[in-house]
Design a protein around this ligand. Structure first.
Ligand SMILES: *[C@@H]1O[C@H](CO)[C@@H](O)[C@H](O)[C@H]1NC(C)=O
Ligand SMILES: *[C@@H]1O[C@H](CO)[C@@H](O)[C@H](O)[C@H]1NC(C)=O
Ligand SMILES: *[C@@H]1O[C@H](CO)[C@@H](O)[C@H](O)[C@H]1NC(C)=O
Ligand SMILES: *[C@@H]1O[C@H](CO)[C@@H](O)[C@H](O)[C@H]1NC(C)=O
Ligand SMILES: *[C@@H]1O[C@H](CO)[C@@H](O)[C@H](O)[C@H]1NC(C)=O
Ligand SMILES: *[C@@H]1O[C@H](CO)[C@@H](O)[C@H](O)[C@H]1NC(C)=O
Ligand SMILES: *[C@@H]1O[C@H](CO)[C@@H](O)[C@H](O)[C@H]1NC(C)=O
Ligand SMILES: *[C@@H]1O[C@H](CO)[C@@H](O)[C@H](O)[C@H]1NC(C)=O
Ligand SMILES: *[C@@H]1O[C@H](CO)[C@@H](O)[C@H](O)[C@H]1NC(C)=O
Ligand SMILES: *[C@@H]1O[C@H](CO)[C@@H](O)[C@H](O)[C@H]1NC(C)=O
Length: 330
């Protein structure tokens, strides 16, 4: 009896194994087929290789692992002219490390089931037509380093929970319809290097907690309706080389020692706000400064005389215009 059961067990194993060799991991295959069902393709049929006479690992845009050769570890369908929506079944692809669906015409919501992908390191859903809110569940993606959701129609507030995504390094939310504030909880993202949220409807002030981010290099929050002052803690971040907050309703003065304190600053865009007071005489001493735009503010006094002598700053830089509008990304 036991031998019988054992043989039965072996047989079922064999069936599973040969099934796997033909089609790949069944869990992943079913999840991808559900994903395909939700997507609508262009007439050229980008997903026609996603069929049963073809091993899953040979499907267009699908990459399987080497350690786990039957499991799907990457999905790249960027620039495939895809419409339709992202099926919640994507959350069953539990070995996924990379998702790249950039430059399509996907609609619908971002499924919260993505939060089940604990190996996911890279998520790019940029340049689609995704709607709805950013799911708070994305913060459960405990390996996630890169999250790109820019150029969609996402609305609602940025979830406070995203501040507890443990490994996040790059967060791009530009060109959406996000409202509410930049969550102070983002001060917990100790690995964050790049945060970008330009062209949204964000309000409130820039949280001083961001000044706790030891790795922050790039902060871009232009073209929102932010108010208040730039927190002095942000000016104190030695890692920061790009600071852009143009086209907001910010006010306040610049710290007198900005250029000395901030040796690594390369880009400073403050255009089209209500900043006032003198332009710090120390600014030309920020030797790495390459571009600066202070136009359309209420600065007073004179332009520091030694600006022209700075080696790194372009001579007669048109960016340094008080009257002319910015030619740069604000
Ligand atoms: C299945 O995919 C293969 C590889 O792309 C292709 O040659 C074949 O025509 C497809 N079969 C069907 C029924 O679409
Ligand atoms: C996805 O594929 C495109 C085109 O082949 C490539 O440029 C892009 O880097 C890939 N994405 C990832 C995350 O590897
Ligand atoms: C796959 O995903 C669907 C949709 O989220 C869910 O209902 C189902 O339980 C999942 N299946 C497995 C095996 O995890
Ligand atoms: C967005 O994707 C479309 C293709 O779907 C492409 O034509 C367009 O250039 C992309 N836009 C950006 C800003 O990358
Ligand atoms: C959000 O995450 C929690 C915990 O991981 C999970 O129980 C829940 O099902 C997720 N929600 C969705 C929509 O997947
Ligand atoms: C942006 O959101 C507002 C409501 O918050 C809505 O009225 C408007 O239509 C949205 N715009 C787009 C482009 O989605
Ligand atoms: C995250 O930040 C908030 C606000 O700064 C703080 O109250 C909270 O304790 C932090 N949470 C964690 C898990 O670090
Ligand atoms: C910024 O740094 C200076 C000196 O490096 C220090 O005196 C000041 O207290 C700091 N400000 C904040 C708000 O951390
Ligand atoms: C800036 O540097 C110059 C030397 O290049 C120095 O003479 C000047 O005192 C410095 N200015 C400030 C405000 O530290
Ligand atoms: C600009 O600054 C002057 C004082 O230097 C002040 O009287 C005026 O109200 C300010 N204008 C704006 C729009 O803030």
């Amino acid at each position: 009896m036991i031998v019988h059961l054992f043989v039965l067990f072996l047989c079922s194993k064999l069936v599973v194994l040969s099934g796997a060799r033909l089609h790949g991991n069944e869990n992943d295959r079913l999840a991808l087929l559900a994903l395909k069902e939700g997507l609508k393709q262009n007439p050229s049929g980008a997903l026609s290789s996603w069929n049963n006479s073809n091993h899953v690992c040979d499907w267009e845009g699908v990459t399987c692992g080497s350690k786990h050769p039957e499991r799907v570890i990457a999905l790249n369908l960027s620039n495939h002219d895809l419409q339709g929506s992202i099926s919640p079944f994507i959350g069953n692809l539990s070995f996924l490390r990379k998702i790249d669906l950039m430059n399509n015409a996907l609609q619908g919501n971002i499924p919260g089931e993505l939060g089940r992908l604990h190996k996911l390191q890279f998520l790019n859903l940029g340049n689609n037509s995704l709607h709805g809110a950013i799911p708070a569940n994305l913060s459960h993606c405990s390996s996630l380093k890169t999250m790109v959701l820019e150029y969609n129609q996402l609305g609602g507030a940025i979830p406070v929970e995203l501040g507890s995504t443990p490994k996040l390094e790059l967060l791009a939310l530009d060109n959406n319809n996000l409202t509410g504030v930049i969550p102070p909880s983002f001060g917990n993202l100790s690995t964050l290097m790049l945060f970008s949220c330009m062209y949204n409807n964000l309000q409130g002030s820039i949280p001083k907690e961001l000044g706790k981010l030891p790795k922050l290099e790039f902060f871009q929050a232009s073209a929102n309706t932010l108010t208040g002052m730039i927190p002095s803690q942000l000016f104190n971040l030695s890692s920061l080389f790009y600071l852009s907050v143009g086209k907001n309703h910010l006010h306040g003065t610049l710290p007198p020692n900005l250029g000395i304190q901030h040796m690594n600053l390369q880009v400073l865009y403050l255009t089209d706000n209500q900043f006032s007071g003198p332009i710090p005489a120390s600014l030309p001493n920020a030797s790495s400064l390459q571009e600066i735009d202070l136009s359309l503010n209420n600065f007073s006094g004179k332009i520091p005389s030694n600006f022209g002598s700075s080696q790194s700053l372009p001579v007669a830089s048109p960016a340094f215009g008080f009257q002319s509008a910015s030619r740069h990304i604000p």
